[in-house]
Design a protein around this ligand. Structure first.
Ligand SMILES: NC(=O)c1ccc[n+]([C@@H]2O[C@H](COP(=O)([O-])OP(=O)(O)OC[C@H]3O[C@@H](n4cnc5c(N)ncnc54)[C@H](O)[C@@H]3O)[C@@H](O)[C@H]2O)c1
Length: 293
């Protein structure tokens, strides 16, 4: 039998906003393979995610693939990945009621909460990205937005893995981190501005650096480069339906991706089937990246 059985494994999935998030589909696929799921969301959207987890009217959104039942999560934790520890939190954020009610919402606070309760972390999914000026072309991007995009969308992988290293090292069968990137980090994609393309380029080399740093502890680090998909974040960038149509018309498979396909690839990268795969970018884009014209 193919050895994908995550029973007893602990998966921390960041970046859930709603049922369209890649992270939501990834959490469901990891759960379908038997993993214990901890979700992490931006402090401002924790309430939305909790209601999707609880509401009867959203029961269909929680149905797992492969007839594996319904999504149940062990914990839903707030985290703003701008902050490595609570000492980094600025005064304005500290006084914001939407944050203050959550206690510790730093990367360290979230990772320690998971690591201590479960005794270790087997899988971390990095599915977080943001630029306040995503609609600005590169030439119109302010320094502040550029640095924010890099901090939230790229550096956060380093911050997460530094905090998680003690809980991920030397897990039985090794542990795995998977992040989400986009072709816009390698090629010019109009509309993908505000520092986001730079952040994805940084994320891609960071994943390779981190794979090298953490490989001796049997922690693997890989990225999935996903094709255009109409999540909440993507809908705010441009006409995502147009981007999907454009890519589908030029892709070898002649169609758009489904979020479930990104989730399945994530399961593969976390599984023993990928035990020698690290520092890689796996394109889940119907082959679009291979095309010259
Ligand atoms: N949708 C696409 O077309 C596409 C394609 C390739 C890659 N990606 C990548 O996939 C990942 C997930 O995006 P998605 O499309 O599922 O959209 P999404 O909006 O569902 O997910 C983005 C998440 O980032 C979170 N986030 C933003 N700033 C944060 C912060 N400071 N702290 C904590 N969380 C923060 C948001 O709350 C949200 O949950 C991103 O890295 C994105 O760049 C998306």
């Amino acid at each position: 039998m193919i050895p994908i059985d995550f029973t007893g494994k602990v998966a921390l999935v960041t970046g859930v906003t709603d049922w369209d998030s890649f992270a939501w589909h990834i959490a469901k696929a990891l759960a379908a393979a038997g993993a214990k799921i901890v979700l992490s969301s931006h402090p401002r959207v924790v309430g939305i995610v909790q209601s999707i987890l609880d509401r009867d009217t959203d029961a269909d959104k929680r149905v797992l693939p492969y007839g594996a039942g319904s999504l149940k999560v062990q914990k839903l934790l707030p985290c703003d990945v701008s902050f490595d520890t609570m000492d980094d939190v600025d005064e304005q954020t500290r006084n914001d009621k939407r944050y203050a009610k959550h206690g510790d919402y730093s990367i360290k606070g979230m990772i320690d909460a998971v690591g201590k309760e479960f005794g270790g972390i087997d899988f971390i999914i990095h599915s977080v990205a943001f630029s306040p000026e995503i609609k600005n072309p590169a030439v119109e991007t302010s320094r502040g937005a550029y640095m924010t995009a890099l901090s939230i969308s790229a550096y956060s992988l380093t911050g997460l893995l530094r905090a998680a290293r003690p809980y991920m090292e030397n897990r039985p069968g090794g542990s795995s981190a998977v992040g989400l990137t986009y072709l816009g980090g390698e090629r010019v994609v109009p509309h993908y501005g505000g520092g986001m393309s730079t952040a994805k380029a940084a994320l891609q080399i960071d994943a390779k650096q981190l794979a090298s740093n953490l490989g001796p502890k049997n922690i693997r680090v890989n990225l999935i480069s996903a094709g255009p998909y109409a999540s909440r974040a993507a809908r705010s960038i441009a006409d995502i339906e147009e981007m999907k149509k454009y890519a589908a018309a030029r892709s070898p498979l002649q169609r758009s991706i489904e979020a479930e396909e990104v989730a399945n690839a994530t399961v593969f990268l976390c599984s023993p089937l990928a035990s020698a795969v690290t520092g890689q970018i796996l394109y889940v884009d119907c082959g679009y990246n291979t095309m010259g014209v």
